[in-house]
Design a protein around this ligand. Structure first.
Ligand code: FAS
Ligand code: PHB
Length: 390
């Protein structure tokens, strides 16, 4: 099999790039190790920057997002028993975010690929990139006992944090930066009316909590839990009691509880791999970087990677211009690191760190006091949350 671009990974990064390239007549094949239903079974991100939404529309996948997604002009930070609002729209000259689940966005991308007859191969085993630094790289994968080879001009590693692409780069050609946080997020999805029309991020002595949503009948809640906890430690009743304890009393009083339809614990880490290119293989999305979900930057950092790669591939195949490909890693990393900073800062502001000194905790409280006594500080938070320019 021969193609122009070989993509590893059928999550949002790989699917969005595959769709954008196909629309411009750039041939690509996408290899995904799981089934479509397995990928769609993951409950992940919920907040899209306007840049991501624009890219979905350019990929002719934005219709349901614009119909069913909710535009949010702001969100709340609960602290010291009160709620303060961050006025995203007012502080950023009109920018907002779109609340639309990653599951639905991924479904829209899969449906669009199917409509276009996109070449997506599921349930592939042992995907391996080969001759990455040559001008004739190729991919192999196993289908039963048969090994299939795909010759391509470029390989895109969009296979997430645990994928094969980043691990195929020699250790002396890649540098990794990481911070693992001493807690995780226990997430619950419930078919209940959301407690608040806008998101509430809560800082509390018992731990962080987040009230989010997927629609007016589907709520998404999170609480900070120790890394040693498992979902067996958190039957629904205990979860709801603990969530209420971390929310301002007026919010807790209005919380509608119900059976969890999904429950999972995600560890939190900050991670960046540099560079995001090795030979003719380009890393995108979680394959290259991970942020704690506090700032809703994970999926949105993937969007700018895809935007830069898409335009670089267009310049290469349509104009014979390789400056975009040469500049990709530096350009993507410049925005990735700003997303890392914001996510790290907001995580430090809102979570309880068991090893914090009294001074650390006083700094955290002072950071919160400064935020809500300075409109400039709120504007800085807002411009990062709606998404820095691509
Ligand atoms: P993904 O990991 O989504 O997709 C990679 C794909 O590659 C997967 O489908 C995988 O099956 C496939 N793959 C892996 N190895 C392969 C191989 N060897 N061969 C072929 N295919 C392979 N972000 C937020 O903004 N907000 C959140 O609340 C949030 N919550 C999250 C919770 C969890 C548990 C996780 C893990 C992430 C969360 N994220 C969140 C971040 C998440 O949304 C990612 O940013 C997003 O999935 C990135 O998309 P991709 O880069 O496509 O990677
Ligand atoms: C979610 O709805 O899953 C969500 C929203 C905002 C975040 C993280 C997760 O910062």
């Amino acid at each position: 099999m021969k193609t122009q671009v070989g993509i590893i990974g059928g999550g949002p990064s790989g699917l969005l790039l595959s769709q954008l390239l196909d629309l411009k007549g750039i041939d690509n094949v996408l290899l995904e190790k799981h089934s479509r239903d397995y990928v769609l079974g993951r409950i992940r991100a919920g907040v899209l920057e306007h840049g991501f939404a624009a890219l979905m529309r350019e990929a002719e996948c934005g219709e349901r997002m614009d119909t069913e997604g909710e535009i949010h002009d702001g969100f709340f930070i609960a602290h010291d028993g009160i709620k303060d609002r961050i006025d995203l729209k007012g502080l950023t000259g009109g920018n907002t975010v779109l609340v639309y689940g990653q599951t639905e966005l991924t479904r829209d991308l899969y449906d669009a690929r199917a409509r276009m007859g996109g070449n997506i191969i599921h349930n592939v085993a042992d995907v391996q990139p080969h001759d990455i630094t040559s001008n004739a790289p190729f991919l192999t994968y196993r289908d039963g006992n048969e090994v299939i080879r795909i010759d391509c001009d470029y390989i895109i590693g969009a296979d997430g944090f645990h994928g094969v692409s980043r691990k195929s780069i020699p250790k002396d050609s890649i540098r990794e930066y990481e911070r693992v946080y001493p807690f995780g997020w226990l997430g619950v999805l419930s078919r209940t009316k959301p407690v608040s029309p806008e998101l509430i991020y809560a800082k509390h002595a018992r731990g962080f909590a987040l009230c989010s949503l997927r629609s007016q009948v589907l709520s998404r809640y999170y609480i900070q839990v120790p890394l040693t906890d498992t979902i067996k430690d958190w039957p629904d009743d205990r979860f709801w009691v603990e969530l209420k304890r971390r929310l301002p009393s007026d919010v807790a009083a209005n919380l509608i509880t119900g059976p969890s339809i999904e429950k999972s614990i995600a560890p939190l880490r900050s991670f960046v791999a540099e560079p995001m290119r090795y030979g003719n293989m380009f890393l995108a999305g979680d394959a290259a970087h991970i942020v704690p979900p506090t700032g809703a930057r994970g999926l949105n950092s993937a969007a700018s990677d895809i935007y830069y790669l898409y335009h670089a591939m267009l310049d290469h195949y349509k104009n014979g211009d390789d400056t975009g490909l040469a500049a990709y890693s530096d350009k993507a990393l410049a925005r990735v690191w700003k997303g890392q900073r914001f996510s790290w800062w907001l995580t430090n502001l809102l979570h309880q760190f068991p090893d914090n000194s009294d001074f650390d905790n006083h700094m955290q409280q002072t950071d919160m006091d400064y935020l809500f006594t300075s409109e400039m500080a709120q504007a800085s938070l807002a411009e990062n949350y709606v998404g820095l320019p691509f």
